[in-house]
Structures are given as structure tokens and as C-alpha cells.
Design a protein around this ligand. Structure first.
Ligand code: ATP
Length: 200
């Protein structure tokens, strides 16, 4: 039977890195952020409804979503944010469910659903287990500075906008500690994969 687990962590803690390792081992990875971009793309499930709800000012000249314009609206307005989420979340959820069913139908042994805000949004209940990719907060900040070129203050603000990584670690069924070398992370990922797939 297909096992379906949720993968999460803090911003920059290594979710994509661990997802790629799991995929290499044979897991089917479903990426919530990618699905969100897909449903919002031209021809996707929700772009028209977003434009109806927020006006054509949230579209760019080519008719694609202008993320900055939409972001400027929802950033300051909780009601607008709820309205956007009410359009986007069900479409993302439906597409995720469709892909999970497809994987079940194909008999895939392990499906890993990468959801950055899994623990913030209370969606953990839908999964057989929750894996948290952990590193220290100071590393989340350093890795973001290195990768995105953020200032320390910007990086800190982004990290602090989420549930703390220590809190997330405490809620995990399995923790991948990505505060060491990639080789150490890989060893843990292999152990997790084997445990999950063989345990069945
Ligand atoms: P985001 O929340 O921004 O999507 P993420 O949780 O998916 O990030 P990754 O993109 O996997 O995190 O990793 C963040 C950055 O840290 C990347 O530049 C990655 O190469 C680097 N990184 C990941 N793991 C390690 C590690 N063990 N040692 C050093 N650098 C690492």
C-alpha cells in the first residue's frame, strides 16, 4: 500500500534538498509550491477567478498573474488574504489529492508531499506521518543570506514570520537533522526511506 507523508520545515531549512534525496531513492514527490504556481498560471484552475475577485490590475500585460501587484493587495489586508486563500487553497488541495490518487493507482511505495506551511495551516492531519527538516535558526538565516542575498534583518524577519523551527521539530513524527553536512543528511534520509517503505 502507498504511504503518504507530509514534509515540512522552516524557511531555508533544507526541504527541497531532502525532497530531491527522497526522489532519488524512489519516492514520488508532490511540491505544494509548484502546484500553487501551476493553478495560478494562465489556463490554470484559478487565474480567472483571482482576476474577477481582485481586478485585472493583478494581471500583467501578457495576462499572467502579477505576483507583486497581488502581493501588495493581500499583504496589508487580512480579508483580501482570506479571499485569495479561499480561491487558491481548494484548487491546490484538489490537485494534490488527484496526484496522490494517481500515485496510489500506480502502486508507488512512498508519496512525499512537500508543504512549507504544513504545521501553520493545520493540514498535518491528512498524512500518515510528518517529517520535519531541521537546522538551527542561525543556519536558516545564514543560508538565506548566502542564497538570496538578503540582509540579516530581512532573513530574520522571514524566519520569524513562521512557527519556530524548534516548535516544528517538537511536532514531528520524524526529524531529518540538516544542520550538519549533506552526507549526514543523506544518511538520515536513506534510513527514513527504508524505514517507511520496509515497515509496511
Ligand atoms: P525554502 O524554504 O526557501 O524553499 P528549503 O527549505 O527548500 O528552502 P533548500 O533550498 O533545500 O531549503 O536549502 C536552502 C539553502 O541551503 C540552499 O542554498 C541549499 O543548497 C543550502 N543547504 C541545504 N542543506 C545544506 C547543508 N546540509 N549544508 C549546507 N548548505 C545546505
Amino acid at each position: 500500500m502507498t504511504k503518504v507523508i507530509g514534509l515540512t520545515g522552516g524557511i531555508g531549512s533544507g526541504k527541497s534538498t531532502v525532497s530531491r534525496m527522497l526522489e532519488t531513492l524512489g519516492a514520488t514527490v508532490i511540491d505544494a509550491d509548484r502546484i500553487t504556481r501551476e493553478v495560478q498560471a494562465p489556463g490554470g484552475a484559478v487565474l480567472e477567478r483571482i482576476a474577477e475577485s481582485f481586478g485585472t490590475g493583478v494581471l500583467d500585460a501578457s495576462g499572467a498573474l502579477d505576483r507583486e501587484a497581488l502581493g501588495a493587495i493581500v499583504f496589508r489586508d487580512a480579508e483580501a488574504r482570506r479571499r485569495l486563500n479561499a480561491i487558491v487553497h481548494p484548487a491546490v488541495g484538489a490537485e494534490m489529492a488527484r496526484r496522490i490518487e494517481e500515485a496510489r493507482g500506480a502502486g508507488d511505495p512512498l508519496v512525499v508531499v512537500d508543504v512549507p506551511l504544513l504545521l501553520e495551516t493545520g493540514r498535518a492531519a491528512g498524512f500518515e506521518a510528518v517529517v520535519v527538516v531541521y537546522c538551527r535558526e542561525s543556519q536558516q538565516i545564514e543560508r538565506q543570506i548566502a542564497r538570496e542575498g538578503y540582509t540579516r534583518e530581512e532573513a530574520l524577519r522571514r524566519v520569524r514570520a513562521q512557527l519556530s523551527i524548534e516548535e516544528k521539530r517538537g511536532r514531528a513524527d520524524h526529524v531529518i537533522d540538516n544542520s550538519g553536512s549533506l552526507a549526514e543528511t543523506e544518511r538520515q534520509v536513506r534510513e527514513l526511506f527504508e524505514g517507511l517503505v520496509v515497515e509496511r
